[in-house]
Design a protein around this ligand. Structure first.
Ligand SMILES: [Zn+2]
Length: 212
C-alpha cells in the first residue's frame, strides 16, 4: 500500500515550498540589485589598491564569510590578480608567516563576549602570543606580530561617537540577526537593542532604519 503524504517524514506542501523559494530568490535578487547604487569612489579606491599592490591579494574570513572569501580569492586568481585565502584560525598556527605583515587589526568589542568569547582582551592577547610562538618569523625574532583591537574596551556609545568623529558612514553598517522580509533591521533582537542603546547614549541618530 503506498504511503500517504501525511505519513511520510519528508512530506511538505508543494505550493508553499515553491512560494518560499520564489520569495527567497526575489529577496536575494533585490539585494544584488541594490548594490548597483552603492558602487562609488570607494569601489574605485579598492580597485586602485589592488592594481597598485606589490604582492598578492590576501583574502580572509571565518564561517560563512570564509566561504565567500575563499571564492573571492579563487575568482581573483583565475582572472589575473594573484590572490590567496588565509583562514584566520590557521593563521595562528603558522599561516601568518604567509602574509608577511606584522600588524593585524580587528574590530571586536568585549561587550559581545557572552556570545563570542573570542571578543575578550584575554583571547586577543593569547592569539598574539600564539602567533609569535607558532611562526618561524616570530620565533626567530624576524617579525613581531601585533594584534590591534582599538574598539575592544569601548562602550557601544563610545564606538558610535568615535565613528562620527572619524566620518564613518554608519548607514553601511549592519547589526541585526533577525531582519524583516523587506530587509529592515528588526529592532528587537539582542544586537539591535545593543545598537539602539549605543546610539541613544551617544545622543546620535542611527541612519539604519528598524522595523520597530
Ligand atoms: Zn535585529
Amino acid at each position: 500500500m503506498p504511503a500517504t503524504e501525511a505519513a511520510s517524514p519528508h512530506a511538505f506542501a508543494s505550493s508553499a515550498a515553491l512560494e518560499l523559494a520564489r520569495r527567497v530568490l526575489a529577496i536575494e535578487a533585490d539585494a544584488v540589485r541594490a548594490l548597483i547604487d552603492r558602487l562609488d569612489e570607494r569601489f574605485l579606491a579598492a580597485v586602485s589598491l589592488i592594481l597598485g599592490r606589490r604582492g598578492r591579494v590576501v583574502v580572509s574570513g571565518i564561517g560563512k564569510s570564509g566561504h565567500v572569501a575563499r571564492k573571492v580569492a579563487s575568482t581573483l586568481a583565475s582572472t589575473g590578480t594573484p590572490a590567496y585565502f588565509v583562514h584566520p584560525a590557521e593563521a595562528s598556527h603558522g599561516d601568518l608567516g604567509m602574509i608577511q605583515a606584522e600588524d593585524i587589526f580587528i574590530g571586536v568589542n568585549f561587550l559581545d563576549y557572552s556570545g563570542y568569547p573570542d571578543c575578550r582582551p584575554e583571547f586577543i592577547e593569547a592569539f598574539e602570543r600564539v602567533a609569535n610562538l607558532a611562526t618561524q618569523a616570530g620565533v626567530e625574532g624576524r617579525s613581531r606580530f601585533r594584534v590591534h583591537a582599538p574598539l575592544i574596551t569601548l562602550t557601544k556609545a563610545q564606538i558610535v561617537a568615535r565613528a562620527y568623529e572619524l566620518g564613518v558612514d554608519l548607514s553601511l553598517t549592519w547589526s541585526c540577526y533577525e531582519p524583516e522580509a523587506d530587509g529592515r533591521a528588526c529592532g528587537l533582537c539582542d544586537s539591535c537593542r545593543l545598537r539602539k542603546k549605543g546610539f541613544a547614549e551617544a545622543h546620535l541618530a542611527d541612519p539604519v532604519p528598524t522595523a520597530r
